[in-house]
Design a protein around this ligand. Structure first.
Ligand SMILES: [Zn+2]
Length: 218
């Protein structure tokens, strides 16, 4: 009780100062006051109890200001992504119990919805047998991936930001997507865009190949 009384007294003192004061100073003072309160003699405590001096009416404190409602969040600006829509098909999102649902094969968890990715392999065929992956596992991969490669070693394709967005926009997954996840995907996009081949990259590749060929001929 002594702690509460002293803290409220001190707080009222700051409130009545009538000038701005650093929040950190107020916090330090209040903590100090709180700690020191029991050191005061019991006489003081008894007086406080008798006189109800601790009982400072709430009305003496200014009303807590209610912050104005935040304006509706503006839609994030569309970031131009490095994208090749021919390199993948729209991912399939399945709920637990849906036809074709196995489990989150990455974390061996059969209680969460999963995403089936479909990527083009180097031979031009579509790789449709990716491990089914849950949202958390996918975000884990997105967090750690530096080269934009698909999580399936048998695939050899890329995990395109656009298809991640397609999957997360599905009604099954959308309610579970957090702001933190969106931030991580934003960083992934930034890294992924840097993988975009520079203009003229193909020409350089051909030149390199020719050089190798020549050296083999020699
Ligand atoms: Zn893949």
């Amino acid at each position: 009780m002594e702690k509460i009384a002293r803290t409220r007294e001190r707080l009222l003192h700051f409130t009545n100062l009538g000038r701005p004061i650093l929040l950190s100073i107020v916090q330090d003072e209040l903590i100090q006051t709180n700690w020191d309160a029991p050191l005061r003699s019991m006489d003081v405590a008894r007086t406080v109890l008798t006189n109800h001096a601790w009982n400072i009416s709430d009305e003496r404190f200014p009303a807590v200001a209610v912050p104005p409602p935040a304006p509706a969040a503006a839609a994030p600006p569309a970031v131009p992504n490095y994208n090749d829509p021919t390199a993948y098909e729209a991912p399939v999102v399945l709920n637990v119990g849906d036809a074709g649902y196995e489990q989150n094969n990455v974390a061996f968890n059969d209680t969460v919805p999963i995403i089936k990715f479909i990527h083009k392999k180097a031979d031009g065929s579509m790789h449709r047998s990716h491990p089914q992956i849950g949202l958390e596992s996918l975000i884990g991969h997105v967090r750690s991936s530096a080269d934009g490669r698909c999580f399936d070693a048998d695939c050899g394709g890329k995990l395109w930001p656009r298809e991640i967005e397609q999957a997360l926009a599905s009604p099954i997954l959308a309610p579970s997507v957090t702001d933190e996840m969106r931030t991580l995907i934003g960083f992934y996009k930034q890294r992924f865009n840097q993988l975009r081949p520079a203009v003229g990259g193909k020409t350089q590749k051909r030149k390199t190949r020719r050089k190798i060929k020549t050296s083999i001929l020699i």
